[in-house]
Write a protein that binds this ligand. Structure first.
Ligand code: SF4
Ligand code: SF4
Length: 290
């Protein structure tokens, strides 16, 4: 079983559209959407949820008003300004601001603060027309997205082993932070989807450096390659210097949007040049990981 991660560094390069399109070419597949802060692969693949799981992470403090004497100790010791003075002068804790450090629990003379585990989101095991998919939704303001990414990837690996699937295709999160590192760990190859813009080139170089740091085979695909020929040439020169192979070049195509409106990937929607380019990309990737 091989794992392919599609990343971009910068949002808006077409990473998710390309991931959804690649799914058509891998027959024995488990899909994972690791963009847990703002997942959108489901918009194209219409997953039918089979199981829902709570994502529990960390703790949140909560004052039990019946036991509280309003001594203000918690207000004074909280370094995150999570303890607020309510309408009637009573103290309460804002769950969004509480970092779960536990200091107020230790300091409260009345033991009037409970410290339950936090529900930080949910994740889902679903069926799609291309096979099983694991995806998630992090709660608003919740952190630990890297831990959630690790959790859903672990489940996807279990499903792939149980169902004897050959490929895990991962739609990665943007940026180079904790969730991206959690997405990179243990994959067989990384495809960086970039576009000929200065910010995308900058972010491409950052993600290549990160992937290389982990010793992962890294490839580049240039999306919308015809919108700025000069910058496309710049990308080609930069990746040559970085010793990274170009595996795909996809033209700008408004059919991506029309396909999305119909909840399809472009390869399901059109037989045009773009579809041929993505098919070639899939074939190249197959040859790299087999
Ligand atoms: S430290 Fe305890 S008793 Fe004092 S205000 Fe806070 S919750 Fe109430
Ligand atoms: S657990 Fe920490 S962050 Fe949360 S209210 Fe108590 S002291 Fe503040």
């Amino acid at each position: 079983m091989k794992q392919i991660l599609i990343v971009s560094g910068k949002g808006g390069t077409g990473k998710t559209s390309i991931t959804a399109s690649l799914a058509s070419y891998f027959e024995s597949l488990v899909l994972v959407d690791c963009d847990v802060d703002a997942s959108d692969l489901y918009l194209i693949l219409k997953p039918e949820v089979q199981q829902t799981f709570d994502f529990i992470s960390g703790h949140t403090a909560h004052i039990l008003q019946k036991d509280c004497t309003q001594c203000s100790m918690c207000l004074n010791v909280c370094k995150f300004d999570a303890v607020k003075v309510g309408n009637k002068g009573t103290l309460c804790i804002d769950a969004i601001d509480c970092e779960g450090c536990g200091v107020c629990i230790w300091m409260c003379p009345q033991k009037a603060i409970e410290f339950p585990e936090s529900l930080c989101g949910q994740w889902f095991f679903s069926n799609t027309r291309h096979g099983p998919m694991v995806h998630a939704k992090l709660a608003i303001g919740a952190e630990n997205s890297g831990k959630l990414v690790s959790e859903i990837r672990g489940y996807a690996t279990k499903i792939a082993k149980n169902q004897k699937k050959d490929i895990i295709l991962i739609d990665g999160p943007p940026g180079i932070g904790c969730p991206v590192i959690a997405s990179l760990t243990g994959v067989d190859c990384v495809v960086v989807v970039t576009e000929p813009t200065l910010s995308a080139i900058h972010d491409m170089e950052r993600i290549i450096a990160l992937a290389k740091h982990f010793g992962i085979s890294t490839y580049v695909c240039i999306n919308k390659s015809d919108i700025n020929e000069e910058l496309t040439q710049t990308i080609k020169k930069r990746i040559k210097v970085l010793d990274v192979e170009l595996v795909g070049e996809i033209p700008y195509d408004t059919a991506f949007t029309r396909a999305q409106v119909q909840k399809k990937s472009i390869v399901e929607y059109s037989n045009g040049k773009t579809t041929q380019c993505i098919e070639e990309l899939a074939q190249k990737l197959m040859s790299k990981i087999i």
